[in-house]
Write a protein of this length. Structure first.
Length: 350
């Protein structure tokens, strides 16, 4: 099959650069269009973008001219990593113009017609797109907030195996989650900031949509409460979450560990190019997971669980860690796109 041509909106940013890096040499996708703010436009990518990832900017994108994030763009599908305040209407315009949109931003995640997708967890939610088939319109598929994705991934085997009645989460979130330049160094050095705008509400509502059930063409959210408290910490990449959970039936911590380790989903069955062999890795050491040591597990696409134990308040607790710009952002959107290809929702536009 000819490779599918990709346009990246917000291509010069923290997530946009991850897209460019992860799509370099991808077997199904090729980057053909880049868009960013007025500051970057009409310049080749290498002049518009200060490359901040390890390794060099991929050669194939260096000379692409940065354009405005408006249709038409020379591509078959759009990956969006625009700031939330402008992503909503821009993504709507691309979908209306016939483009499939894979979005990182929060603007459309809770829309009834929009799948909020983790391919290992709720691949069946893609059927929300069936209403668009044959209409000539495009569609929007979103990946979750960068903390929600790892929390929902870890909860999925517990929901399936034991039932979940309540969840309380405390996050310790990396600096790159705030984009570039993000939090001022004088604010975060020697400090923890106990506030990330809108983050707690996103984790609370997105987790329930992802783990919810399809019901008459929309998703009924999972019926357990989720409570989240979020903190920005002085770590470059890798969000850590301490999770307490009340299960519907008694279970030994070892049973939870076994359920995490055995968890697998559609991407693994289909051997999608970005799918990690194991979506959830379990560490037994008492001091893992740690951001520096565990964020790159499974090329940044696995989450790592550790410290699975009894909890005196809710019954069980554990830690989960994931790479926020890979599994939490660009890698998640690319895995979503690979699932769309495998299930016939995405192909080169004629
Ligand atoms: N960072 C993460 O870990 C993460 C994880 C999940 C989701 N997200 C979401 O992904 C999105 C991007 O986040 P980020 O961290 O990559 O942010 P970022 O580093 O600040 O990058 C923002 C990008 O958007 C472009 N942009 C800004 N204003 C624009 C405008 N008015 N018109 C067109 N383009 C504009 C910027 O272009 P210029 O360079 O030209 O200014 C840049 O390419 C946000 O919605 C964020 O919530 C981020």
């Amino acid at each position: 099959m000819a490779r599918i041509r990709v346009g990246i909106l917000g291509a010069t940013g923290t997530v946009g650069q991850r897209f460019v890096q992860l799509l370099d040499g991808h077997p199904q996708f090729i980057v053909t269009a880049l868009a960013a703010s007025e500051r970057s436009r009409e310049k080749p990518y290498e002049a518009a973008c200060t490359w901040r990832l390890p390794g060099d900017m991929p050669v194939a994108t260096r000379t692409l001219m940065v354009q405005a994030p408006e249709p038409p763009l020379d591509c078959d599908v759009v990956f969006s990593s625009l700031p939330a305040e402008m992503a909503g209407p821009v993504e709507t315009r691309f979908a209306a113009a016939g483009y499939p949109v894979l979005s990182n931003s929060s603007s459309h995640r809770m829309d009834d017609a929009v799948p909020l997708l983790i391919p290992e967890v709720n691949a069946e939610h893609l059927t929300l797109l069936d209403a668009c088939r044959g209409t000539g319109r495009g569609f929007i598929v979103t990946n979750p907030n960068c903390s929600t994705v790892m929390i929902a991934l870890a909860l999925a085997p517990l929901v399936a195996g034991f039932g979940v009645e309540a969840v309380a989460v405390t996050t310790l979130q990396a600096l790159s989650g705030a984009g570039y330049p993000g939090v001022a160094s004088l604010d975060i050095t020697d400090n923890v900031i106990p506030f990330i705008a809108h983050e707690e509400e996103k984790i609370e509502r997105e987790t329930r949509k992802i783990l919810g059930h399809l019901n008459g063409g929309r998703v009924t959210p999972a019926d357990f409460a989720v409570s989240a408290q979020c903190h920005r910490v002085n770590v470059v990449d890798g969000h850590l979450a301490a999770v307490r959970v009340r299960l519907a039936r008694p279970a030994e911590p070892a049973e939870l560990g076994a359920a995490f380790a055995a968890f697998s989903g559609t991407p693994q069955a289909l051997r999608l190019p970005s799918a990690p062999a194991r979506p959830i890795l379990v560490r037994e050491e008492p001091d893992r997971p740690q951001p520096r040591l565990d964020r790159d597990a499974g090329r940044g696409m696995s989450v790592t669980v550790g410290r699975v134990a009894r909890d005196t308040v809710l019954g069980h607790r554990f830690l989960v860690l994931g790479h926020n710009t890979i599994r939490g952002a660009a890698g998640a959107a690319i895995l979503n796109a690979e699932l769309l290809v495998a299930q016939g929702y995405l192909e080169p536009r004629r």
